[in-house]
Design a protein around this ligand. Structure first.
Ligand SMILES: *Cc1c(COP(=O)(O)O)cnc(C)c1O
Ligand SMILES: [Zn+2]
Length: 448
């Protein structure tokens, strides 16, 4: 069976197409972003049951590369890629955590956290990067003059790019805002042999520079402006539905910065609907940090206008973005999904993350943003307690231990009401017993 995919200009009046092996990030006719389009007629020749069975058979199997959560859906992702060129680290297939105790605090029985950080480089960026680096490997094998792959990053994109390139034997270049990413995130590309360039600017500043240097076709651009990334990232929504035995949840909440991931989430779900795998679409909620909330501001104006902004420093460093590249795609998806946008202050995101941890999660600050948004929407009656809600947790908490340590040491700019401070004691049984007595008598249950 021959399935096909190509780049197409998102501007419907233009619609110019380009092959996937062209080195092109914007439409050459009208400068709009591109997206990957699939031959849906060809895909529709297999019925919904057939797709579900195929995806089930492959899910987490050892049948390389189909056990990967992304490549198990290869026909929907990059159908024409040769298996030999797949660069996979067995991404996807991440677990859904039933947030029973956290949900109950807010009257919600059916709350699930999609732990996308339980993956090779520790964030959901793996889903898109496997696709981009695989396509680059194929292009190099066809003789394309690519010498390196480059990205600007708030930390997780560079970690994913560096490790996939290392696995493929391709040079990576990462541009990072100096002093604005966590130590763990900085160490990742260093360890994986990337050329690490720290610039004294913010993410938006790095983005400008990387767009210039990748005008040279020997340096391929790996930011999500390159819609190959979106193709892998879109499997997250498909996988969530699959994990619920092919039933779409009512609401999916995702933290948003550059807004490629929300666009991808929408695309995957739309593909499922168009091919008959689901009948209804969930509502999508984008959660933003109040200090970097251009989408939230546009939502307040019913998407009638959008203004880029100067993002301010936020604990949710991976979404500290004032001028999101995929804003148009995100707005289009939110309109199709009856979507909402909610924001969280620094205190709200830190408290939500810490409270989640007390119920068995281990949250990154961005998951805190999503949980805080959920709490606010529940209180406002915009999410119903009877609904099935899935929160996408984009990264592993271990990448953000500094944030956690500071919050437990009460070194943030607000009270940190869930701080848990270690006791320092002399090494005697008496001192320990005394401490236990005090602690266990006073201690209120963790959710009080
Ligand atoms: C990339 C990232 C996001 C935001 O995804 P966008 O596609 O940029 O909106 C959120 N959280 C984490 C941890 C990320 O790495
Ligand atoms: Zn165009």
């Amino acid at each position: 069976m021959s399935y096909r995919a190509w780049f197409q200009c998102i501007n419907e009046k233009c619609g110019t197409t380009y092959p996937l092996n062209a080195i092109v990030y914007h439409c050459k006719q009208c400068n709009a972003l591109l997206e990957v389009r699939h031959d849906m007629h060809a895909l529709a020749r297999r019925d919904a049951m057939g797709w579900m069975k195929l995806f089930e058979d492959r899910y987490k199997s050892t049948q390389w590369p189909y056990g990967s959560g992304v490549w198990g859906k290869k026909e929907w992702v990059l159908p024409e890629l040769k298996d030999d060129n797949v660069v996979s680290l067995y991404e996807g297939g991440t677990n859904l955590f039933w947030a029973e105790r956290f949900g109950k605090l807010f009257g919600l029985d059916d709350l699930w956290i999609k732990l996308c950080g339980n993956t090779h480089s520790g964030s959901f960026k793996d889903l898109g990067m496997t696709v981009l680096v695989s396509q680059v490997k194929q292009m190099i094998s066809e003789g394309a003059p690519i010498k390196a792959v480059a990205c600007a990053s708030t930390g997780d994109t560079s970690a994913a790019l560096a490790v996939y390139c290392a696995a493929a034997g391709i040079q990576s270049i990462v541009l990072l805002p100096k002093g604005k990413i966590s130590t763990a995130q900085l160490v990742q590309p260093i360890a994986n042999g990337a050329l690490v360039l720290q610039l004294d600017t913010d993410f938006d500043g790095c983005m400008k520079v990387v767009q210039e240097i990748t005008k040279d076709e020997t340096i391929y651009l790996a930011n999500s402006m390159n819609s190959l990334r979106i193709e892998g990232q879109k499997t997250v929504g498909i996988e969530i539905v699959q994990q619920f035995d092919w039933e779409a949840p009512d609401v999916i909440i995702i933290p948003g910065g550059n807004l490629g991931n929300v666009s991808a989430l929408g695309n995957g779900l739309l593909m499922m609907r168009d091919l008959g795998l689901i009948a209804t679409l969930p509502r999508i909620v984008v959660a933003q940090a109040q200090r970097a909330n251009p989408l939230y501001r546009a939502y307040q104006r019913n998407f009638e206008s959008y203004e880029p902004m100067q993002a301010e420093k936020t604990l949710a460093s991976a979404i500290q973005i004032g001028h999101p590249v995929s804003i148009e795609k995100a707005i289009r998806v939110l309109k199709q999904f009856n979507g909402m946008v909610e924001q969280a202050t620094e205190e709200e995101l830190a408290d939500a993350a810490a409270l989640g941890d007390k119920t068995g999660m281990f949250n990154c600050p961005h998951t805190g943003v999503a949980l805080a948004a959920m709490i606010k929407l529940l209180k406002a009656g915009k999410i119903d307690k009877a609904e099935r809600v899935v929160v996408i947790s984009p990264a592993h908490g271990l990448k953000f231990t500094d944030f956690k340590v500071r919050s437990h040491e009460r070194r943030l700019e607000f009270p940190c009401r869930y701080a848990n401070i270690p006791l320092e004691l002399p090494p005697t049984v008496a001192a320990v017993k005394e401490a236990l007595r005090n602690a266990l008598e006073q201690r209120t249950p963790p959710d009080a």
